[in-house]
Design a protein around this ligand. Sequence first.
Ligand SMILES: [Zn+2]
Length: 110
Amino acid sequence: MDPSNNIEDAILDHSHPPPKYHVHNGVKYIKSTRGHPLLLHKSYRYTFASVSHSKGTSRWICTSHFQHNCKAKIWLNTKQNIVEGPTILEHTHSPPKHLSDTGEFTPIKL
Ligand SMILES: [Zn+2]
């Protein structure tokens, strides 16, 4: 199973009212303004880092990884469940303010 398939399924269609994201276990797949796949979890955004085909897991790191030296990262298994062992959900910064009152994703430059 290729995780990117799920990302493609999450292309936003603004002709529909929210909720319009693919949500699973609190994880939302979104796309940046440049079309990069992003993960949204508890208002924090994660960018795709790597995939392990042998284990079927994908690794996503906080988009503030470099800017804030943030070590937060999320591992997902083939069922898109968060793998708790290697996953780190503690951030060194506040979540970026990119959600409107309606919870709609407002793209910001990466
Ligand atoms: Zn972070």
